[in-house]
Write a new protein. Structure first.
Lengths: 573, 353
């Protein structure tokens, strides 16, 4: 809208056109971001090398065992991960939310720590721990049992090893959903059962568990989705073991000689499955809303575990050994040890690795620079787009705002690797040749960040009663002035928090980046991935710890700013 | 001098007319209450007057200038109005004082005048000790007074109130009703007040407009509306009325349960269906058959409840129609007993709507 112009009719027409223009402008931006790469993806999946229509790509997908096996592997991986996640995380969520187990906050914090750990970093840390020969755990095993040099306790380069590592960094999704659902369930529902004569355990069984069942189910779907679309961990652990998942297969189809049509055809099932799973999750969680309804809620009553609470705590810490304590210890060890696979000792201690990574490794500087430039650009542009779109949709300022909201949330259904393929196909050909520049990475990161940023800002806008703006208007402020004096100050913390989360999500992104980088546009996550292939684990540990410190610092900052939209779901890759 | 006039005002969402061809004149300095159940279009009417909503048809005039019409709508900030919102809409990032002087700052008034006006309004609304607090630190009643102060300090031509008391508890609500009326008498703005609470409307309004389904059912003084309802909706919505139905015998007599009843109000069409309203406390309940048969209907007591200062009876007449009657507490008649109802002709209002 415009500021007062003397002639009212002119002012009105002007304002009208201006908002329409904004709508179309942003719709165009979103279309370029989402619709363009997805269209090229579908196009390539249905044509042969000469550009004629064909279904051969899909036939190859089903008939070629090197393509069919990864599909089966992926499903087995996703299903097992999802199952183990529920078995481990749901009881933990209940312990933290509803019992008098000691150190509940600490357990929560540690789960958050495994949440912010990029899964590919966790996978590398587990290489340090459980590679058959050099793994630290296997070394301890050989020393303790006196077994010969060839034997090992664990082999992380195996299918069970992959399931284990993926589960380590997926279970927080289930944990958070279950714990939040339990905390939001009014304890009156349980009190009502108690007053009718049910014992504590009976109430838990007949009321509490059925109430959180949808959350567990939704968590299982999310875990399935994460495991299915993950690229980093399988690339690090499955490739040395000699097998593929869908994501690594799609990636390898782009290695020499590239087969983009097959990659596109292989991406489509992933895309479609993701859409279906997200719809299912939405339906399940949507029906749960009754649990959140209903007036004043007191603090949930905690169930007394007696001496069992110490057992419960011990179990939690044993679980947390795997995603947090052991991997972090391994990374620290590798950082300060002369040889990554040896324990730190007085003779072995060194800070040379840090010096090497920061000052000698030529790729570091460029990757750090690229990562921060992209992180800041993505966070800033993404937040601005999210603010404008959520203003238009929550205040229903223009017709067509619903479509805009849909476009902004759509990328949530696009796995990073699929988006990478789509962007590669779109921008390696005229009219837009962006491949090899930072721009294509910016587009990828913006697209991936958009749903979370939009949801954040939308709930922030929803929390601001529209009457607050109306009150300012009726007292004489123009629309712009009301936005500046009333809405902007109230949104400030949400904007900063959103910026932080987009930034963090961007600097840890791997699956889209790995499809799109060139030697001049490497980012840290890609550099870590490269260094892993060359076996330079000490350098990875240094980079990984830098990344973890930056990430957790920013996450802590954003959490302190009290987010409007509850927990943010980071994307894993 | 600014009266507010609505001419054929209509607002449609799709095919649904939320406000349907409303016309009325609000004289300068009067307090008009838009009264009706939720969804009757009263808040939309208020937001049309404020300029937050553009009309589909009709126009709004303030004085002799058109402020709203389908062709052009003056934005809210240029109407010199003030509004008190249902949520109060106090800005949480500003103190009480900052909230109140916001409108004056927009008007570029010098700080000495602002200070004086602020002190005045703070003492009028008894908020002086709270000036530096934030809205989140105030009770509901205090927030309400800040909202009042913020709206009044700019001395608007027109003051709009959207269910301003609905978030307060019962005691405070009663107190604030008189406060609203007192402040209106003190400042004499043209005021439009939206509420669904009839006693709130009775206490505060000069003129009450009863709204239903986007239309004004009846408007008039509180006495008018209460004593002379024109439609069944108004009769039922305002006060507690019995509405009984029968056939018109002639222009002012209706046959109810076989008994001819004299009524007042608009002349009736002979032989047509007629509805008659009568207040619960205006029916006399007689335990013995009276000698004078004028406007007497026999009935049977279904139940009675003792309410301390009164008794609440439910009775049934010959055709099965049930009526509620409020009587004095003294006389108790057991359920099942036959009684005679005296319906004073001047209290039986023939309804047209």
């Amino acid at each position: 809208m415009t500021i007062a112009v003397s002639d009212p009719p002119a002012r009105m027409t002007h304002g009208f056109d201006y908002t329409k223009l904004v709508l179309y402008g942003f719709a165009l931006v979103l279309c370029v971001l989402i619709v363009l790469p997805m269209s090229w993806l579908v196009y390539y999946a249905f044509v042969d090398k000469d550009g004629a229509f064909t279904l051969r790509n899909f036939a190859t997908l089903v008939n070629d065992p090197t393509l069919l096996d990864p599909l089966i592997t992926t499903f087995t991986l996703a299903f097992s991960t999802s199952l183990i996640c529920c078995v481990v995380a749901a009881p933990m969520g209940w312990l933290v939310a509803r019992t008098d187990m000691p150190l509940r906050r600490t357990v929560r914090l540690l789960v958050t720590a495994s949440f912010v750990t990029p899964p590919f970093l966790g996978a590398i840390a587990w290489e340090l721990l459980a590679a058959p020969n050099s793994g630290l755990i296997n070394k301890v095993y050989r020393i303790v049992t006196g077994a010969d040099a060839d034997s090992h306790l664990f082999n992380i380069y195996s299918f069970p090893g992959l399931i284990f590592v993926v589960t380590c960094y997926t279970f927080p999704y289930v944990f958070v959903l279950v714990a939040n659902a339990l905390e939001r369930t009014p304890s009156e529902l349980e009190d009502a059962s108690s007053i009718l004569g049910a014992s504590t355990w009976e109430t838990a069984r007949r009321v509490t568990v059925p109430l959180v069942l949808p959350a567990i189910l939704a968590g299982a779907l999310v875990a399935f989705l994460q495991a299915m679309t993950l690229f980093g961990s399988p690339a690090i652990l499955a490739l040395p073991a000699g097998f593929h998942t869908m994501t690594t297969k799609i990636w390898s189809l782009f290695q020499y000689p590239p087969k983009p049509e097959l990659a596109a055809a292989a991406s489509l099932p992933l895309l479609i499955l993701t859409v279906i799973l997200l719809r299912a999750e939405h339906t399940i969680l949507g029906r749960r809303s009754y649990a959140v309804l209903g007036g004043k809620n007191s603090d949930p009553r905690l169930i007394r575990l007696g001496w069992l609470r110490w057992v419960a705590l011990a179990m939690c810490f044993i679980v947390l050994l795997n995603p947090v304590f052991l991997p972090y210890a391994a990374l620290f060890n590798a950082t300060f040890s002369k040889v990554a696979s040896q324990f730190i000792s007085f003779s072995n201690f060194t800070v040379h690795n840090i010096h090497f990574v920061l000052f000698e490794l030529s790729a570091t500087k460029l990757a750090l620079y690229n990562t921060f430039v992209l992180g800041i650009a993505t966070a800033t542009i993404g937040t601005v787009i999210a603010v404008v779109i959520s203003y238009l949709t929550t205040r229903e300022a223009v017709t067509g705002h619903k479509a805009l909201g849909f476009l902004a949330t759509a990328p949530v259904a696009i796995p990073g690797i699929v988006l990478g393929v789509g962007l590669f196909l779109s921008y390696t050909r005229p009219p837009f040749v962006l491949y090899g520049t930072l721009w294509i990475l910016l587009l990828a990161f913006l697209t991936l960040a958009m749903p979370a940023a939009y949801q954040q800002m939308q709930s922030a806008f929803k929390a601001i009663h529209p009457e607050l703006e109306d009150a300012s208007r009726i007292l004489g402020a123009t629309r712009l002035k009301a936005l500046r004096q009333i809405t902007a100050p109230l949104l400030r913390t949400s904007v900063i928090a959103t910026w932080c989360f987009v930034f963090v999500g961007t600097i840890r992104e791997l699956s889209a980046a790995v499809m799109l980088f060139t030697s001049e546009t490497k980012v840290i996550s890609v550099l870590i991935f490269d260094l892993n292939e060359s076996g330079d684990l000490a350098a990875i540990s240094v980079l990984g710890l830098i990344m973890l410190v930056v990430t957790s610092g920013i996450v802590a900052l954003a959490n302190r700013l009290r987010l409007g939209g509850g927990s943010v779901r980071l994307r894993d890759n | 001098m600014a009266s507010v006039e609505l001419r054929g005002l209509t607002k449609k969402y799709g095919s649904l007319a939320v406000v349907d061809d409303i016309s009325m004149v609000i004289e300068h300095g009067t307090l008009v209450c838009l009264l009706g159940p939720s969804g009757c279009g009263k808040t939309t009417t208020l937001r049309l007057i404020a300029g937050f909503v553009e009309p589909t048809a009709g126009e709004i005039r303030v004085g002799d200038r058109v402020v709203s019409s389908p062709q052009k709508t003056l934005p809210p900030e240029r109407r010199n109005m003030s509004m008190i919102f249902q949520s109060y809409a106090l800005w949480p990032h500003m103190t009480v004082a900052e909230n109140i002087i916001y409108g004056l700052k927009l008007r570029k008034i010098d700080s000495a005048t602002i200070k004086k006006k602020l002190d005045d309004i703070l003492s009028t609304t008894r908020l002086a000790p709270l000036a530096e607090r934030y809205p989140g630190e105030l009770s509901g009643g205090q927030q309400q007074r800040v909202a009042l102060a913020r709206a009044l300090i700019v001395e608007p031509e027109t003051l709009l109130l959207d269910e301003p008391l609905s978030n307060l508890d019962a005691n405070l609500r009663e107190e604030m009703r008189f406060e609203v009326r007192r402040l209106h008498d003190a400042y004499r703005y043209t005021t439009v007040y939206v509420t669904h609470d009839q006693s709130e409307a009775m206490t505060t309004a000069d003129v009450i407009c009863v709204m239903n389904l986007g239309k004004i059912e009846q408007s008039g003084s509180p006495e008018d509306i209460y004593d002379r309802p024109r439609s069944e909706f108004v009769a039922r919505f305002i006060g507690m009325s019995n509405v009984v139905k029968g056939k018109a015998l002639d222009s002012n007599r209706v046959s109810i349960a076989g008994v001819p009843l004299r009524v007042t109000g608009e002349p009736l069409k002979v032989g047509g269906d007629a509805a008659v309203s009568i207040r619960q406390h205006q029916i006399a309940l007689l335990a013995t058959e009276p000698a004078d048969k004028d406007n007497i209907i026999p009935a049977k007591v279904i139940r009675q409840v003792f309410l301390g200062s009164s008794r609440d009876y439910m009775v049934e007449v010959a055709d099965g129609t049930q009526l509620r009657i409020v009587t004095g507490a003294a006389e108790s008649i057991a359920p099942g007993a036959t009684v005679w109802l005296r319906l004073p002709p001047e209290r039986c209002r023939a309804l047209t709507g």
